[in-house]
Design a protein around this ligand. Structure first.
Ligand SMILES: [Fe+2]
Length: 585
């Protein structure tokens, strides 16, 4: 039985294919249409997931939206507040969009799936399902925390076998995600997904504004409550505009926020210690509320294991303190804990909760995207006219490890693309974490991002406790752990200002080639750790060999390893200069 899961008409639109309960493919639409955080219908991703599948053998389509959820509350809320009617109209338009998918299926790949029955799965139900049903736990507490989806911002419950029993939720207009996003905007980071920037900046500040920030939000008995006087979303809604190819939402903070904290920072203006202090204060208050919620869930469920999903669950600084601040002793956060993962969650919810099928999936890696054969890669390189060399498996790893150890910046493109926001060793740019200047060098040559944002380490699973104060697995780069003080000087390029590293633990079973590369680098240098950043330059992560080659040529990357082929920038300078000039034009 095939189930197509979709996250449609919501940020990070995506598709996933579940076949007999096993995850076969999962792709974000942005990787294919090259528009960051695309929020329309994931037609290209759905087509890619279904490549090779007979449309008549797709029995179910699961969409991670149910605009009719909490419909009576929505109507009552709007009726009581005429100022919110404009926002209500956009909600009605969304209901029409999702409803039309079920009936007419206009202009989408769904029109080809004649036999498929369409299911709507509430947004947070899909988040919960994506967290628990992909986890290794037979029984666990499960929590979803984000901005909003289907009128909720938090939902929690207990997962047992193939069921999730929902125990509580937080409804519109209260939201920890909106709290964090509003301050992210206030600090001059207006784009969708910019919350990582404020989290990175927080490590440089002192939380001296925390007492003031606590006036804005509090969480009691799992219920987050915003002081709505500081916000606009409850009246004005959230309007999206575009900055280049990236979505930007309207301001969520009100004039009262400005009166309390001073002028908001203009995007791209100078950052001061006051900005860093405010970021630190917001991070502290977020964590207080997050742990208050999680501790409430523990008290209610008494489960020792915890599964998390939703945008707030991607706050790796907070996640790294869960074992310290709560009684939970096991943690699972799947690699696409963001909205993209709800396509998997919707499909899993239908498979288990509506069709009553037993558990059989554990999502132990993120490699569910497209891949390319060596002959396809060679054809691309040949048609581009670049100079390249073919090398076998062992030599490939030896040469790549030696290049990184020699200080080169290496583009590393292998196997199936990752699903979720992190590059985990298949679409990555790799560098030597021992070099103190590597962060600045990467920023000036390739990434062009803010100086305060950290780069992350990929660490051989067997060596995690040599460098970090814990060896609990973190395979998806969603937790930040303290680096041992005596080892921070050994890996300065991946040690953040607060002494933490947002690590990826790499085990041999999940990604043997990447594991072997890190192991070989460790043999050469004594440090089995690589700096790993996503393979892109202000664009969605590269998906095809052609996109990898283009990024390699137009940036100042030194080496590209794509499949079994190695390219040196020094041997392709003429093409590189041409691409750079073209990109600048
Ligand atoms: Fe969400």
């Amino acid at each position: 039985m095939n189930i197509l899961g979709l996250n449609a008409f919501h940020g990070d639109a995506s598709a996933a294919l579940l076949s007999e309960g096993q995850l076969v493919a999962a792709i974000e639409e942005e990787r294919l249409n090259r528009i960051k955080h695309w929020a329309g219908f994931p037609n290209l991703a759905a087509a890619a997931c279904l490549d090779g599948t007979d449309p008549n053998e797709v029995e179910h389509v699961a969409i991670s939206r149910n605009p009719f959820a909490h419909i009576s509350r929505k109507v009552l809320y709007a009726a009581a507040r005429p100022a919110s009617w404009q926002r209500s109209m956009s909600r009605v338009a969304n209901i029409v969009q999702v409803t039309r998918l079920s009936s007419e299926r206009p202009g989408t790949i769904l029109s080809e799936l004649k036999r498929a029955r369409i299911h709507k799965v509430e947004h947070h139900r899909a988040h919960l399902a994506s967290a628990f049903f992909a986890s290794p736990f037979e029984e666990a507490a499960v929590v979803s925390v984000d901005g909003f989806g289907d009128y909720s911002s938090v939902q929690w419950g207990v997962g047992r076998g193939n069921r999730i029993d929902v125990r509580g939720s937080v409804l519109f207009p209260h939201s920890l995600g909106i709290f964090y996003t509003a301050f992210t905007q206030f600090l001059g980071f207006p784009k969708y997904g910019d919350e990582y920037k404020m989290m990175g900046l927080a490590a440089y500040g002192e939380p001296r504004f925390a007492p003031l920030v606590r006036r804005v939000v509090r969480t009691i008995s799992g219920q987050c409550r915003l002081d709505l006087n500081y916000f606009t979303h409850h009246n004005q809604g959230v309007k999206m505009t575009w900055d280049g190819c990236e979505p930007v939402s309207s301001n969520l903070f009100s004039r009262k926020m400005v009166r309390m904290f001073g002028d908001a920072r203009e995007p791209r203006s100078d950052l001061t210690s006051r900005h860093a202090d405010l970021a630190a204060s917001v991070q502290v208050v977020l964590e207080e509320n997050y742990f208050s919620l999680l501790n409430h869930v523990y008290q209610q469920t008494k489960q020792k294991s915890l599964c998390l999903a939703g945008g707030v669950a991607l706050n790796c600084a907070a996640n790294g303190k869960i074992f310290e601040k709560t009684p939970f002793r096991d943690l699972y956060i799947q690699p696409a804990a963001s909205d993209a993962g709800t396509s998997i969650g919707a499909a899993l919810s239908v498979w288990h909760e509506r069709l009553n099928r037993p558990r059989s999936l554990v999502m132990q890696h993120a490699y569910y995207g497209p891949e390319y054969t060596d002959s396809e890669i060679r054809a691309e390189l040949s048609s581009a006219g670049v100079n390249y060399a073919h090398v076998n498996g062992t030599e490939l790893v030896n040469r790549a490890a030696a290049e990184i150890a020699a200080g080169k910046v290496v583009g590393w493109f292998q196997g199936r693309m990752e699903f979720g926001p992190r590059a985990l060793g298949n679409r990555s740019i790799l560098a030597d974490p021992r070099r103190r200047d590597m962060k600045q060098l990467l920023n000036s040559r390739i990434k062009h991002r803010e100086h305060f944002r950290p780069f992350c380490p990929s660490v051989l699973q067997e060596a995690v406790s040599d460098f970090f104060e814990t060896d609990y697995p973190s395979p998806f780069m969603v937790t930040a752990y303290k680096i041992k003080p005596e080892r921070q000087q050994d890996i300065p390029a991946v040690t953040h200002a607060d002494g933490t590293g947002r690590l990826q633990t790499v085990d041999r079973e999940s990604n043997p080639l990447y594991w072997e590369l890190i192991r070989r680098f460790g043999e050469i240098t004594g440090v089995p750790v690589l700096l790993n950043t996503s393979f892109n330059e202000n664009e969605p992560i590269v998906q095809t060999p052609a996109e990898a080659l283009d990024c390699f040529l137009r940036t100042r990357m030194d080496v590209l390893v794509v499949g079994h082929y190695i390219l040196q920038k020094s041997e392709n300078l003429h093409l590189s200069e041409h691409r750079r000039a073209f990109a600048m034009a």
